[in-house]
Write a protein that binds this ligand. Structure first.
Ligand code: G6P
Length: 297
């Protein structure tokens, strides 16, 4: 563990793509690429990586980065006419050098505000003017917060509707050691069964084959346990009622070009999302989503 000053550094990442590194006094850090506003690293005070990125990830637009925390907007998966998972994850975002002030909620935090606005090209595929502000915050204690503010800036008076997810790829010791807690008695749509609706009966979800479910109206707090690492991820969320749990397992992993054959063992996606009830914004309205990730041994 190291101590130093908290800092925000803008630097070049893989293939010269710009990234921002947030560092906290006790050693924790976060890295986020402007490409996709994509978090690719989150380390605790001990310097341990908590986020999975594939060793075959392609850092080359327009390919989305495999792993990390893709921002899924304005469309989750194929639930609409856009490309799968929308376009926010493969656009270049900008840094807001003059962000609105921090709320006192997270004292001594370090943060960066990233902005996405549609280009004329974007407006051809999704004809809605918006501003998306993503604030990436690293708290003094090493929590990672993603706060989203999406505003309808359309002067024509048209509302728009979107679905959304923070598609977090957590790094785990081994998928066989993992439990996801908090879904008991909730309904889910099984993506492997044409999104048929089922009810979850277990409190501790374990994964031993391909798994791809959208849990609906989940609690604001979920847990991801990694028994071997004796690690507990606490997932707190607001405005993001749903939770997608995904692991491609062996056979599907082989069909994903930017994903290693064995890597399904070392990751699980638990995604904080708004899918079941899409969000509609009238002109001038804004939507706020919040995800806070913490870890404890
Ligand atoms: O390969 P991608 O487009 O990044 O999608 C990766 C995965 O995202 C979500 O978890 C979906 O529920 C899965 O069905 C999908 O396979």
């Amino acid at each position: 563990s190291t101590t130093g000053n908290k800092s925000v550094e803008i630097t070049k990442g893989i293939n010269g793509l710009e990234k921002i590194i947030l560092r906290q006094t006790h050693g924790s850090s976060v890295e986020v690429y402007l490409y996709g506003a994509h978090v690719t690293s989150w380390k605790n005070d001990q310097g341990e990586e908590l986020i999975f990125v594939s060793r075959k990830a392609i850092f080359s637009p327009p390919k989305p980065i495999r792993g990390g925390i893709p921002v899924i907007f304005p469309q989750f998966s194929n639930l609409g006419s856009l490309q799968s998972h929308g376009f926010a994850r493969n656009r270049l975002w900008t840094i807001d050098d003059n962000p609105p002030p921090v709320t006192s909620e997270v004292p001594n935090a370090v943060f960066v505000d990233l902005l996405l606005k549609p280009t004329e090209e974007d407006l051809k595929i999704w004809p809605h003017r918006f501003e998306f502000r993503l604030r990436v915050t690293l708290s003094r204690g090493g929590d990672l917060l993603l706060t989203s503010c999406i505003r309808n800036t359309d002067a024509d008076g048209k509302p728009f509707t979107f679905t959304f997810a923070h598609h977090t790829y957590f790094s785990v010791s081994n998928i066989s050691e993992v439990e996801v807690i908090g879904m008991k008695n909730l309904d889910y749509l099984d993506n492997l069964k044409n999104r048929t609706r089922f009810t979850e009966h277990t409190d501790a979800i374990t994964i031993d084959s391909e798994f791809d479910r959208i849990y609906l109206s989940t609690p604001k707090k979920l847990l991801l346990l990694d028994h071997e690492k004796r690690r507990r991820f606490v997932i707190r969320k607001d405005g993001l009622p749903d939770a997608v749990v995904w692991n491609p397992w062996e056979a599907r992993a082989k069909t994903i070009v930017d994903f290693g054959e064995e890597e399904y063992k070392y990751m699980v996606c638990v995604e904080a999302a708004a899918i079941g009830k899409p969000v509609t914004l009238k002109p001038g309205e804004e939507w706020n989503g919040r995800l806070q990730l913490s870890t404890r041994h």
